[in-house]
Design a binder for this molecule. Structure first.
Ligand code: C5P
Length: 234
């Protein structure tokens, strides 16, 4: 039987937040942001283990107490120059340590999506567990999309038909994802699915929700905090 593992690439600097501290450690509800995704993943009944991929130079991680997750959490200090490098290095390290089988499912999740729920996680796993390729959470694009010219004027309006915003987790088998990321090391892939697509596969889109947004700019942090506070005190 294939198992399900989560992998969080957390070796980025988060420079768009304009902060010295990498974004995964910014305080969210009195915890480092990454805590919230780890909590949801470790609590999930299907998830056998959670791999955290850190930058080799990261000292911030060790300032916090992670012992409540010790049954499932594995730290791999092998992050790379890009997100894709960090995921690939994490997959390789987990295999070398015999923690995963090539047939196991890996759910790659961004540390910067703290509002993931167990309900969405269950939905993703249930919809993809017998899929031949795998897939990802995503939401249909809601806004009208404008293509700009070099003067920031509207060159034309894009059709939003069949357009989705990719989220995470993105769920693929260890062997397929490893092969996909290895073969795209020279291309700038911004998510795991695009590496799999480059091999000619068609990952499945599983309907997520807008709460599972990525904290990218400072105002996103305040919104995530409100959502988590509301969940903790309904
Ligand atoms: O910067 P961005 O929001 O695209 O990062 C997405 C995720 O990839 C974050 O969790 C970040 O820590 C991670 N990342 C990484 N290694 C890098 C760059 C980003 O693990 N070299």
């Amino acid at each position: 039987m294939s198992k399900f593992f989560a992998l969080i690439p957390a070796a980025g600097s988060g420079s768009r937040m304009g902060n010295e501290l990498p974004k995964q450690y910014l305080s969210l509800n009195n915890r480092p942001m990454i805590y919230h995704a780890i909590h949801t993943l470790c609590q999930n009944q299907f998830i056998a283990g959670v791999f955290i991929v850190l930058a080799p130079s990261d000292t911030e991680w060790f300032k916090y107490d992670w012992s409540e997750f010790s049954e499932k959490l594995v730290v791999l200090s092998c992050g790379g120059l890009t997100r894709a490098d960090s995921v690939l290095n994490g997959l390789t390290a987990a295999k070398q340590k015999n923690l995963v089988d090539t047939n196991d499912w890996i759910l790659v999740h961004d540390a910067a999506r703290p509002c993931l729920t167990s309900i969405l996680l269950d939905k993703l796993i249930n919809e993809l567990a017998i899929d031949k390729v795998g897939g990802l959470l995503a939401v249909p694009v809601a806004d009208t999309l404008k293509r700009s010219n070099t003067e920031n004027r509207v060159a034309h309006t894009e059709s939003r038909e069949n357009l989705w915003q990719a989220q995470t987790p993105q769920m693929f088998r260890h062997d397929l994802l490893t092969q996909a990321l290895r073969s795209t090391t020279n291309i700038n892939v911004t998510d795991d699915a695009s590496a799999v697509e480059a091999l000619g596969f068609y990952p499945k889109l599983v309907l997520g929700d807008a709460y599972n947004f990525k904290v990218t700019y400072p105002q996103d942090l305040a919104l995530a905090e409100l959502i988590i506070q509301k969940r903790n005190n309904p």
